[in-house]
Design a binder for this molecule. Structure first.
Ligand code: SF4
Length: 228
């Protein structure tokens, strides 16, 4: 089993409720969405393995990734992207010698079913309409709710919802979206797009969502630290 991976490296988790834990990051190439704030590199011809300081030609085998994470001294392995659920079969084939942390846009429910028994942590997005101006947003919402239901927070899996907020967004729609998945998540994380200065609206939104569930405001810490 092989996958297109753009980079593999060790760092700290810079987002969400596990911020600061050390992880191996497996960043897959390609995504099924095109968010306006996306900063993911599009090149998928090569994979940069920063742990061994080498560059490999894609696709990369599950065996290569398994061997790499076996010896790493980390809290967990983050499958990120791009969109890791495009590679659900690959993730199932990686030997699980560390807990698995999935960072996903939550729009591929059929693929989510394939990994629900192997992931220990899920950082799932709920995209705001403004991030995806050219998409059928109602369909995105419907898929997202299904994904959260499949990958719901439970005794053996910690799932939280990350809402990335650009400068302008529909406040009431975010609240309504949060309401639709409140039973499936441990908490909500409001993540301002890097450089967003309107903190008051985030605080107002946090206060409103606290009626539904615990809600935290957590920026991308790795960007402030200047680490990968
Ligand atoms: S879901 Fe993530 S990787 Fe995909 S386009 Fe949006 S920001 Fe980029």
């Amino acid at each position: 089993m092989r996958a297109e991976i753009s980079e593999i490296f060790e760092s700290i988790q810079g987002e969400g409720i596990l911020v600061g834990v050390r992880q191996v990051f497996v960043r897959f190439a390609r995504c099924n969405l095109a968010c306006i704030y996306c900063d993911t590199a599009k090149n998928s011809e090569f994979c940069r393995d920063y742990i061994h300081n080498r560059t490999l030609r894609n696709p990369i085998s599950a065996e290569y990734v398994s061997n790499l994470i076996k010896s790493a001294k980390v809290h967990s392995v983050s499958f990120t992207g791009g969109e890791p659920l495009l590679y659900a079969d690959f993730i199932r084939n990686v030997e699980k010698t560390k807990p698995f942390y999935l960072e996903t846009n939550m729009t591929l429910p059929d693929e989510a079913k394939k990994v629900k028994d192997v992931v220990d942590f899920v950082a799932g997005d709920f995209k705001v309409r403004e991030a995806l101006p050219n998409r059928n947003y109602d369909e995105i919402v419907e898929r997202t709710v299904r994904c959260f239901k499949i990958l719901r927070n439970c005794r053996r899996r910690q799932t939280f919802c990350k809402i990335v907020l650009p400068n302008d967004f529909d406040f009431d729609e975010v609240v309504s979206n949060a309401e639709s998945i409140k039973d499936y998540v441990e908490c909500f994380v409001l993540q301002p797009v890097f450089g967003q200065k309107n903190i008051k609206i985030l605080l107002d939104l946090q206060k409103k969502l606290m009626d539904i569930k615990d809600t935290r405001i957590i920026p991308q810490v790795h960007k402030y630290l200047g680490v990968r």
